[in-house]
Design a protein around this ligand. Structure first.
Ligand SMILES: CSCCC(=O)C(=O)COP(=O)(O)O
Ligand SMILES: [Zn+2]
Length: 218
């Protein structure tokens, strides 16, 4: 653990972020997207130096308290003594906060996202086209567009996935602009703040259900 103290983070900002994430967890669980301790969320409290408030590992997301978060640095290490263990997927949050400029990151485990990540696994990408709901994503002004979401294998090697994700973001890969899926696992999406990330997850999960139901109707 680093010896640095989070003196640069205001307690009020930290508390507000934790309260926002507690509320998000209750909503994501109620939606059925964060069941059985699945999912992790974070808010970026500082870009330079990178400081992310990320969920502690293994917590039920409908019962989070403001103590269930870990302040981490750009290596994914907790910067305060006595912190609980941060999410097993912490390094994905670090990459998104550092390389994608994300101010808030939401990871969900929905049924439709999980099924679609399998249905399109061989192509490595899920394409969402022509939906009005796409306008909920940052910068999209027309329904007449397509959004691609990369589908990564669920190798369980978060360090390798983080490195690949970082390279694809830095290369400007459109398939990691709004989010990505991990095969038979779930969605990561992000935005400049928590409300924006909530809109992204709500829109993408809506679109997953549309695509999933469309496949079932065929
Ligand atoms: C039952 S969920 C398995 C782990 C996972 O994918 C997840 O999202 C939660 O992991 P964390 O360490 O963040 O609790
Ligand atoms: Zn997960």
């Amino acid at each position: 653990m680093s010896t640095a103290v989070a003196a640069d983070i205001s307690p009020a900002a930290r508390r507000a972020a934790a309260e926002g994430l507690v509320a998000l967890g209750a909503q994501m669980h109620a939606e059925g997207w964060s069941r059985a301790t699945s999912s992790n969320y974070s808010v970026r409290l500082s870009a330079d130096p990178l400081r992310l408030l990320v969920t502690a590992s293994g917590k039920h997301k409908d019962r989070l308290t403001t103590d269930d978060f870990v302040l981490i640095d750009d290596t994914g290490a907790a910067i305060e003594p006595g912190a609980p263990k941060s999410s097993a997927e912490t390094m994905l949050h670090v990459v998104l906060g550092r390389d994608a400029g994300a101010g808030a990151i939401v990871h969900t485990h929905s049924v439709w996202g999980t099924l679609l990540s399998d249905a399109y696994a061989t192509t490595g990408v899920l394409t969402l086209s022509g939906y009005e709901m796409l306008k909920a994503l940052p910068g999209i002004k027309t329904h007449d567009t397509s959004v691609e979401l990369a589908i990564f294998p669920n190798t369980q090697d978060i360090a390798a996935l983080s490195a690949e994700l970082s390279e694809r973001i830095k290369a400007g890969d459109e398939a990691v602009r709004y989010g990505f899926l991990i095969h038979k696992h779930g969605l990561y999406t992000w935005a400049s703040d928590l409300d924006g990330a909530r809109a992204c997850v709500e829109a993408l999960e809506f679109l997953f259900e549309c695509e999933g139901r469309k496949l079932s109707l065929r």
